[in-house]
Structure formats: structure tokens, C-alpha cells
Ligand binder design. Sequence first.
Ligand SMILES: [Zn+2]
Length: 357
Amino acid sequence: MRTLLLCAALFCAAPVAPDRSESLADAYVEAVEALNAAHAKKPKAKNEAELRERLPKKARTALENLLELQSGDALEGSLARCARAALDVDGVEDFGRCRERLAQLDAKQAAELGAALSRERVLLLGEGGLDEDYLAHFAEVFEGVLAAYDEVFGFAEYSKVPGKKLRVRVHLEEEITRPPHFAPQYPWHSEIDFPVIDAERLRSPTADGKFLFYGLCHELGHVVAMWGSRTNEEDHHAWAHYTGVAIVEHLAGSKAPPAWLADCKDARWRSLTAERERLKDTAPGGTSRDAVLARLFALHDEVGPRAIGDAIDALDEEDERLRVNRVRYYTFDELEGALVDGTKNKKQRARIAALFE
Ligand SMILES: [Zn+2]
């Protein structure tokens, strides 16, 4: 009898009507995905504000209707999905509206979404309790580092997809178990994963000796260029170390140092000068990390970092080098070619070529 009742209950249960919030969220999230996918394939919009304007009216209306819904079993989840999708087009305002509405229903889920702050070249995401104030502080550091990259190397492209801002996901941890890293898996933008242990401001090195500031400078080097292929790391992980120490040292030598630099003292341990000294007896080459580093330092002295930046830009303009998940991969052969092409001085051409033998 019990079995019969159970079967009857299963048979008779009214079909669950799809929650309206879910179909509204689908409409919005899928439109954002389609927009980003089309842009990644063929970037047309100059920036994300322009991209956002291309979001179909139907998708915007879906979001408005979702925000007005009073109830629904899946409403919280739908709001969270739309909040995240909004950030995929740098829509911090829509993110904020979704989060605010979610907070009325479920404060914990809203807090889990974290905070977001958008600046001209970067979208910062704060998790684990980091708020917009923290992100504003972090943005100063990040923009200072980017400005230093501009001054030293002058790379034209940072994000792997033109027009898409960089993302930095800053998360507060009890302890740092994984250093900052470039996360290449995101399909539409370049993102750096950045753990911190101090919710007040960025202090580096940390008490337990983690060079977070150098780490940030280093990871931007990876964002700009990867070397070899997915299976063959041609630079033996030297490139990002080179750009990282070059930027740390450049900032440490600022004539008018920004206030935040007082908390970022990595240059004492991580600098071009210290590395140069360590490698003074290492011959430039391509077979080990130190040999590649010595080669990069020798190029730095021979042509200057600006010419290295120009060579990378020239390769980007041709856009024929390898891309893996849209991340730009270069080879030293290509760099040599671009550097040689970058100078008319015959003797210097020969000296450049010698560093790649
Ligand atoms: Zn690295």
C-alpha cells in the first residue's frame, strides 16, 4: 500500500513550472555570452562600454524584469548569475543592482558575490570580505604598476582580447598557499588571481616573506607574453621575472614615489640590480632559466626595454604568432626577428643576433 501511495504521489505531482526568474536570467546571461563570444572572434567594439551598448534590448529588459520580480524559488540564484554576467561586460552598475536586490533576499549569498570596482583599464573583483574601499586602494597600486609598464616597455596590448579590460580577482585569505598567478582559462578576458592576507592595504613582502607586490608586476609580464607553446615553456619562466624585477626597480627609483609604495618594499630583495649581480658570470642563452634571464638583461642593455616592447607590439600587429585560448605565445626566433627589424644599425643587428645563438 505504501509503495502504491508513493508511486501515486510521484505520478500525480504537478509538473514544476520553470521559475520565471530563471528564464529572465537565461535571456540576459546568454546575450552577454553571445556578445562576448562574437567580440572575441572579431573585436569590433573599442572598449567594454561600447560592447555593453550592443547588448540587445530584450536582454536589458529581461534584467529589468528580473530586478522587479517579487518572489520565485530560484530568484536568488538567478540574481547571482546575472550579477556575474554583468561583470563579463564590465557592468558594475548592473552588478551592484543585482547584488543589492539579492541582499534583500539573502545577505550571505550577496556577500559571496564580493565587490567590484571598474577603472579605465582594469576591473577589480574583491572576495572574502574585501570591499570597494579596499579595491580603490588596490586600484592605485595596480594603476601605478601599469603606468610603470607604460614608461618602461610601452606595450600596446595587455588583455588577450582587444577592448576587454584586465581583471584582477583579489581575495582575502587566512594564509597564502598559492602565489598570485595569471589565470589563462577565462575565454573573454585576461585575469590575474591575487590572494592577500591584509584587508586594510597591500603590504609587501608579507610577514611570512611573500613578495606580493613583485608578484603583481611579475604576473603582468605573463599577461603580456607567454613563450613557446603550452607544452614547451621556451623562456624557462624567465620573461615574467625579468619584466617583474624591471618594474619593481623602476618604481623604487621614482622621483615622486606614490604613498602606497612605502608599504611595498620588494625592491630590496627583487630588483634588476640584484639579479644582474647574481648572473654576472652567466652567459646569455636559451637552455636554462638563468641563461634566458642573462639574454633578456643583455637585450635590455643593448636595445633598451622600450625596443623590446616595440618588438612585441610589432609581432602583435602581424598577429601571426601562436595563440592558446587566445593567450599570446611568442618564440625567441620571432622576438629576434622583430628586434633586428627594429634597428637599421648593422652592427647592432649582429649583436642582437649573437644573443640568440
Ligand atoms: Zn610566473
